[in-house]
Design a protein around this ligand. Structure first.
Ligand code: NDP
Length: 419
């Protein structure tokens, strides 16, 4: 039915590619393109002969708009799936506009170089105006709305798990469960154990930037920012057990605050073990999380990129990670004039994911919704010109697809609430 260009071939893309190949009726042909083409060829070799999907590969530096344009012209896809890094979001969106192709990704834009004065000026202004200081925000991609509208193209932003599935849960709650949603708590629990003293479950640079930043939440129409890891709660997660979780800034809070009418508070919590936090603090204190290049023996080295080279590749954690993830949203609000609560969540088992697609559950829970988001666009269920996040579309076909393609969800009508 359709041809897709997938850019990036890391942990998340690996799962998305496997899932596209399980769904050959929709994904008739895929081209896997990335900076290191040997990774694309290795995935192709794993899957060829086991799928009806035709697979080709290509090398591309997606930081360069011209290279992406040339590749799109050659491949002629119906959709570009950006599963590289958030750094490439804008260049790939520009290339899609130049070629008249729909776009989707799994994370909102952030710059690689946060010392770039041009970016910094916009960032400083945004921090003052909006009141949160994360390096990533939607403003850069929302600025493309009119261009995509005029071109009659759809850009779907953030179709991973969080962002992504969590927003589909919110849209579902809004459509089917509540007349008014008062509060949303997004809980991201990873109860998995990979046996290393320290490793990140997805790209270390993006992950460590996210969790070392100040936390923030949305309350009564504005942002409240707090020092990193300063709000801690305990929660007893279904099939995982009791875990410590910490309030973080997270990108979907920004779009949900706009799109869930009347919502009074939105918070995001992620679980971390003490060992992870101690390692991270130490690395931060010695400057290893810095993105500013330093001179070392005649070479320019970016500390966090050097650290990435030392840490286990997230894509290699699959065989050794055991345990489960539990990610979902707790809602409070009203239905038919009565107070109501609901908790929509998914539980995913690391080893089951590994058996199915050769990857741990963090990549799995992101790669499956990436395939589903692409399917929504390719089958015409979610097409409207402009730039949109997941909660802006009808959640029903997406929620059905989650059940069908490996991320079944459940609803608890009487969950413990987070204070
Ligand atoms: P990885 O680091 O494992 O993979 C990134 C891939 O992008 C690699 O193949 C890399 O190539 C490629 N790449 C990087 N720069 C370029 C470039 N300039 N041109 C072409 N290819 C490039 O990351 P993950 O798979 O862990 O994460 C992928 C995305 O998913 C990220 O944006 C991440 O933020 C997002 N994510 C979203 C989640 C969600 O729930 N929404 C959760 C987890 C991740 P090379 O092999 O050469 O390095």
């Amino acid at each position: 039915m359709a041809k897709v260009l997938i850019i990036g071939c890391g942990g998340v893309a690996g799962v998305a590619i496997h899932k596209c190949c399980q769904n050959s009726e929709v994904f008739e042909e895929i081209c896997i393109a990335s900076r290191t083409v040997s990774k694309c060829e290795a995935v192709k070799a794993q899957l060829e002969g086991k799928t009806k999907t035709k697979i080709t590969t290509a090398q591309v530096d997606a930081d360069k708009v011209d290279e992406v344009i040339a590749l799109i012209k050659k491949v002629q896809p119906d959709l570009v799936m950006n599963i590289a890094l958030p750094y490439q979001d804008l260049t790939i969106m520009d290339a899609c506009l130049a070629c008249g192709v729909n776009y989707m990704d799994t994370a909102n834009y952030e710059p690689e170089d946060i010392d770039d004065p041009e970016w910094r000026a916009v960032y400083d202004k945004r921090c003052k105006e909006e009141g949160f200081s994360a390096y990533f925000d939607y403003s850069w991609q929302w600025a493309y709305k009119e261009k995509f509208e005029k071109a009659g193209l759809t850009a779907l932003l953030g179709s991973g798990f969080d962002p992504g599935v969590t927003q589909a849960y919110c849209a579902y709650a809004q459509k089917h469960l509540f007349d008014e949603i008062d509060t949303i708590d997004i809980l991201d629990c990873n109860g998995g154990d990979h046996g290393y003293p320290f490793a990140t479950n997805f790209n270390p640079e993006i992950n460590l930037r996210e969790v070392s930043a100040p936390g923030s939440y949305w309350e009564n129409g504005h942002w409240v920012e707090i020092p990193a890891m300063s709000i801690k709660r305990e929660y007893n997660f279904d099939q995982v057990g009791q875990k410590d979780m910490y309030l973080l800034h997270h990108e979907e809070i920004e779009s949900l605050a706009k799109n869930i009418p009347g919502v009074k508070r939105i918070r995001f919590f992620m679980t971390f073990g003490q060992s992870y936090l101690t390692h991270m603090k130490c690395l931060e204190n010695v400057g290893m999380l810095s993105t500013t290049p330093v001179e070392f023996e005649g070479h320019q080295i970016v500390p966090i990129q050097f650290l990435k080279a030392l840490l286990p590749d997230p894509a290699s954690l699959g065989p050794r990670t055991v345990g489960k993830t539990n990610i979902g949203c707790i809602f409070t609000g009203k239905k038919d004039g009565k107070e109501k609560t609901a908790y929509i969540y998914n539980v995913c088992d690391h080893q089951e994911c590994y058996k199915e697609v050769g990857s741990q559950a963090i990549s799995y829970t992101t790669g499956v919704p990436a395939m589903i988001g692409a399917m929504m666009l390719l089958t015409g269920k979610w097409n409207k010109p402009g730039v949109y996040t997941v909660e802006e579309f009808d959640p029903d076909p997406y929620m059905d697809a989650l059940n069908k393609w490996g991320l079944p969800w459940q609803i608890n009508d009487n969950p413990a609430l987070v204070d």
